[in-house]
Ligand binder design. Structure first.
Ligand SMILES: O=P(O)(O)OC[C@H]1O[C@H](O)[C@H](O)[C@@H](O)[C@@H]1O
Ligand SMILES: [Mg+2]
Length: 559
């Protein structure tokens, strides 16, 4: 029999979950009781349902995942949790956690990841709680967790419990008078089974392997040394018959090989170069925890995430899941370009604009009003789970290409010919000093909400922009009527062009400023986004005084 020990502790400041869980440097989590406090607070926030519950636990394989899995097991055992489903060696991608929570109808799950942030002892770690719908906890739950962390005095733990998370199978422990079960599961199996239900694997296999009519389709898939490696190998190589060299960086590493596991043109530059110089029809990259994706075509033709969503919405019926379950509404986050809105309008679907953060899609999905959604931050997904899903997005793209026989570029060009194009770019200024960035946001909010700003005009290049609306975006959830305030400053012009500015909610130190620019052209659709948007970028830099406040001449990352 194992004993529960109650440990006295003191609160730590700053355990406030951000856009996507609590993210801090590894060294912060290593402080005495820091991690224990947060885990106990997660369980306490669920105190009415924790006894006898089942939870899913896993992470993206980064430094500290194994140690924290061990702590979670011991603390859950002490708090009356009946069963944990733990990915072997602590590995589970974020979409796989969501899939497993839903499939086995658990109370929720704890995901150990800092997503696309670098890993290793000097970098980031994170803990996120997902609810029984499989999605990130909503604001009222994360606020409750935070409030508990500010008052915590004790946590409970079973220090002597030893669980082998490297062996698949069930281990049963007697904790005082209770049974506590840990089932170590194959991290990949449930997810792969689900993908086989959602997609037509034989059809994608024919695309990849080629047929009498068509040459094999050559892919390069970059797992960025994150968690997707085992999933991608099983799906693309074992199931879909792609050659092994189509998959790169497919072993999860604790420090992602020193790289920044974020699939964008800057941090996945090696993939872009390899596809540009090689004979590939398709390239895809995924982030550390497997929920983000970047899609490129032959010659590294870039698919902006906003366009990716619009194309998948237009072609949703190429995915058997949608033919079976029907296509309900579409949604995007506010800074995401409005390409998908045009698809929704044409097909008579409901369209939602939510704040940044995947958690805002969950209620709409649960209410049966949302099928497909995405964010400019390389997130695309559907109501098959309650997280965005990188591997799913790549399979959805392959389904569309298999049905049409078009190239990636051909698919985008056909889409723009029909709908026009929302040119989009995002400038990121990473790790700036926090105070001046906060001042900048305050000053800008004051400026754009002052009387007379609406109606004022700005000229740049040969264009003149007249302000139609300017505010700090707020959102009322149509289902539970909760309100999220101050979700980003937006300036919308008469011609529909937009400037959006917000501070990132996922960084672990300093402030990251994101500037989003979006402009629609009905017929001039083949231009270069950076060139087309230059005048509006200048207007944005001028209005916000961003260079002066951040003391940066150029962004760290351009998307
Ligand atoms: O707050 P930011 O750094 O802009 O990050 C925004 C993104 O963070 C995570 O990836 C969330 O899962 C996304 O839903 C969100 O769009
Ligand atoms: Mg992620």
């Amino acid at each position: 029999m194992l004993n529960v020990v109650t440990v006295n502790t003191n609160p730590y400041e700053g355990q406030k979950p951000g856009t996507s869980g609590l993210r801090k440097k590894v060294k912060v989590f290593l402080q005495e009781n820091y991690t224990e406090n947060f885990i106990q607070s997660i369980l306490d926030a669920n105190k009415d349902s924790i006894a006898g519950s089942t939870l899913v636990v896993g992470g993206d394989g980064r430094y500290l995942v194994k140690e924290v899995v061990d702590k979670i097991i011991k603390i859950c055992a002490a708090n009356g949790v009946a069963k944990l489903l733990v990915g072997q060696n602590g590995i589970l991608s974020t979409p796989a956690v969501s899939c497993i929570i839903r499939k086995y109808k658990t109370l929720g799950g704890i995901v150990l990841t800092a997503s696309h942030n670098p890993g290793g002892i000097n970098n980031d770690f994170g803990i996120k709680f997902n609810c029984s719908n499989g999605g990130p906890a909503p604001d009222n739950t994360t606020n409750e967790i935070y409030s508990l962390t500010t008052r915590i005095k004790q946590y409970k733990i079973v220090p002597d419990l030893v669980c082998a998370v490297n062996e698949i199978g069930t281990q049963t422990f007697t904790v005082e008078d209770r049974q506590f079960v840990v089932e170590v599961i194959d991290p990949v199996k449930d997810y792969v089974d689900y993908m086989k239900e959602i997609f037509d694997f034989p059809k994608i296999k024919t695309l990849i392997q080629g047929s009498e009519q068509r040459a094999p389709f050559k892919m390069l898939i970059d797992c960025m040394s994150g968690v997707t490696g085992p999933y991608v190998k099983r799906i693309f190589i074992s199931e879909l018959g792609a050659p092994e060299d189509n998959v790169i960086r497919a072993t999860p590493l604790e420090d992602f090989g020193g790289a920044h596991p974020d699939p964008n043109l800057t941090y996945a530059a090696d993939l872009v170069t390899a596809v540009k110089n090689g004979d590939y029809d398709f390239g895809a990259a995924f982030d550390g925890d497997g929920d983000r994706n970047m899609i490129i075509g032959r010659d590294a033709f870039f698919v902006s995430p906003s366009d990716s969503l619009a194309v998948l919405a237009e072609n949703a019926l190429c995915v058997p899941y949608f033919s079976k379950h029907g296509v309900r509404g579409f949604a995007r986050s506010m800074p995401t370009a409005a390409a998908v809105d045009r698809v929704a309008a044409k097909h008579g679907k409901e369209m939602f604009e939510v704040p940044t953060g995947w958690k805002y899609f969950g209620n709409l999905m649960d209410a049966g009003r949302l099928s497909l959604c995405g964010e400019e931050s390389f997130g695309t997904g559907s109501d098959h789970v309650r997280e965005k899903d990188g591997v799913w997005a790549a399979l959805a793209w392959l389904s569309v290409l298999a049905a049409s026989g078009r190239s990636v570029q051909g698919t985008l060009e056909a889409h723009w010919a029909q709908y026009g194009r929302n040119y989009f770019t995002r400038y990121d200024y990473e790790e700036c000093a926090s105070d001046p960035c906060n001042e900048m946001m305050q000053a800008l909010e004051k400026k754009i909400t002052a009387p007379g700003f609406v109606g004022s005009s700005y000229s740049s290049g040969n264009k003149t922009y007249v302000v139609k609306l300017a505010d700090n975006f707020s959102y009322m959830d149509p289902i539970d009527k909760s309100v999220a305030m101050k979700q980003g400053l937006r300036i919308i012009f008469e011609d529909g062009s937009r400037i959006v500015l917000r501070l990132s909610g996922t960084g672990s130190s300093g402030a990251t400023v994101r500037l989003y620019i979006d402009s629609y052209e009905a017929t001039d659709v083949r231009g270069d986004a950076q060139e087309m948007l230059r005048p509006l970028i200048e207007v944005a830099l001028d209005i916000s005084q961003l260079r002066q406040y951040t003391r940066r001449d150029a962004p760290t990352v351009i998307t």
